[in-house]
Design a protein around this ligand. Structure first.
Ligand code: UDP
Length: 345
C-alpha cells in the first residue's frame, strides 16, 4: 500500500549541476565565506553580494583570485542591487543579516529592520526572476522553549518588552515571507535554522563566546563567563555547516521545509571556558560576569539550546564529525597567528 506522499515523485532539488552563478548574500561573512569556498571547490560559479558591514574582504582572501568568483559590494536591501545579482543566478543562498547579541542589545532597531528589509527585497527579486532561495534563519526563533528544538515546534520569540525577541521575530517573519513566496509565487525555498556555529574567521567583537574565550585564553586575560555558566550551547564547525547548506540545496525533497543545522553535543559555557583554558595551556582565570552588567534589563539568555537533527539526518545523512576539543585547538592555533581585536566586556 502506498501513502499519498509515496506516490508523489521526489521533489526537485533547489540546485543542480554547476550552471549559472550561485549567489551568496553575506558571502564575505563568517559562514558565507566558508560556503563560498565549498561552492568553488565543487565547481560552481559564485557571485557574492555583501555590504561589508560585518563581513570583510579578508574573509575571502583564500579565493580572491579565483576566476569563478565575483564580488558585488552593496546591500541587498536595495531593490536594484537585489534584482541585478539574481538576474542570471541558478539559486541564492541568503545569508546576509545582522547577527550578534551585542549588536542586538545596542541597536535593536537596526538589527530588526536590516534583517527584515534585506530579506524582503531579496525574496521579491528572487520571486520575480524565479530563482530558488535557501534562507539561513536562526535557532533564536526557538527562544527558551523546551529542548531538543524540533522544526515543528512553535516559535517563541519572547515578550515585546524584552529586546532579544526582536531579532528572533525578524528571523521568524523572514521565514514566513520566504514560505509566502513559496506558496504565492511557486518559488522553491528552503529554510536552514543555524545553531551555534564556530570556526576560523569568527570575530569575538559582536559577542560570540568561543572566539572571545580563545582570544582571552591566548592573551592570558580573564575568561569572561556570563552568569553562572550553566547555560548550554551546541557548537558545530563552520566548514561542516557550510557543507550542510550546500547539501540541503542539492537534496531532493528539501523544498518548502525548515531544517535545523548544527551539532547535538551539549556543553555548558563554564565547561567551554575550562576546555579552552586547557587546550590553550593558559593560566587565565575564569571570571564570572553578572549577566545584568553586560546586557540590558529584559535581555534573556536562553538556558539551553539543543537542536533535534533527525530531519537533517534524513535529508542529507548529516553526521558532523568535528569534536569541540579539535575545533578549539584549531582556533587556538589561528589566534596565536592573528592580531588581537579589542573585545568589549
Ligand atoms: N557568553 C559568555 N561570555 C562571553 C560571551 C558569551 O559567557 O564572553 C555566553 C552567553 O551569555 C551565552 C553563550 O555564551 O550564554 C553563547 O553566547 P553567543 O553570543 O556566542 O551566542 P548565543 O547562543 O547567545 O546566540
Amino acid at each position: 500500500m502506498t501513502s499519498p506522499s509515496d506516490a508523489k515523485p521526489a521533489a526537485a532539488p533547489l540546485l543542480g549541476a554547476p550552471a549559472g552563478a550561485v549567489v551568496v548574500t553575506g558571502g564575505a561573512g563568517f559562514v558565507g565565506s566558508h560556503l563560498v569556498e565549498e561552492l568553488l571547490a565543487r565547481g560552481y560559479r559564485v557571485h557574492v553580494v555583501d555590504d561589508l558591514s560585518t563581513g570583510r574582504r579578508a574573509n575571502l582572501a583564500a579565493v580572491r583570485e579565483h576566476p569563478a568568483l565575483e564580488l558585488t559590494v552593496g546591500s541587498i536591501a536595495d531593490p536594484d542591487v537585489a534584482a541585478a545579482v539574481v538576474a542570471d543566478a541558478a539559486m541564492v543562498f541568503h545569508l546576509a543579516g545582522v547577527v550578534g547579541v551585542r549588536l542586538l542589545a545596542a541597536e535593536p532597531l537596526a538589527v530588526m529592520q536590516r534583517n527584515l528589509d534585506g530579506t524582503r527585497a531579496l525574496l521579491e527579486a528572487a520571486a520575480a526572476a524565479a530563482v530558488p532561495v535557501l534562507f539561513t534563519s536562526s535557532s533564536e526563533v526557538y527562544g527558551d522553549g523546551p529542548v531538543p528544538f524540533r522544526e515543528s515546534a512553535t516559535v517563541r520569540p519572547g515578550v515585546t518588552e524584552g529586546r532579544r525577541g526582536g531579532y528572533a521575530c525578524a528571523k521568524a517573519m523572514s521565514e514566513w515571507l520566504a514560505f509566502g513566496h513559496g506558496e504565492q509565487d511557486d518559488l522553491p525555498v528552503v529554510v536552514a535554522r543555524l545553531f551555534n556555529t564556530v570556526g576560523p574567521r569568527q570575530s569575538g567583537e559582536h559577542g560570540m563566546v568561543l572566539p572571545r574565550f580563545v582570544q582571552q585564553a591566548v592573551a592570558g586575560e580573564p575568561i569572561t563567563v556570563y552568569g553562572d555558566g550553566a547555560q548550554t550551547r551546541c557548537f558545530a564547525h563552520v566548514r561542516e555547516v557550510a557543507r550542510a547548506l550546500l547539501d540541503l540545496a542539492l537534496a531532493p525533497g528539501s523544498r518548502g521545509r525548515v531544517f535545523n543545522v548544527g551539532a547535538a553535543v551539549e556543553t555548558t559555557v563554564h565547561a567551554l571556558a575550562e576546555l579552552v583554558r586547557e587546550v590553550a595551556g593558559s593560566s587565565s582565570r575564569i571570571a564570572r560576569v553578572p549577566f545584568d552588567t553586560v546586557f540590558p534589563a529584559g535581555f534573556v539568555d536562553p538556558p539551553r539550546r539543543v537542536p533535534s537533527l533527525d530531519r537533517l539526518e534524513r535529508a542529507i545523512g548529516w553526521a558532523p564529525s568535528a569534536s569541540l576539543a579539535a575545533i578549539v585547538a584549531e582556533l587556538v592555533d589561528c589566534a596565536r597567528d592573528a592580531p588581537l581585536v579589542a573585545l568589549p566586556r
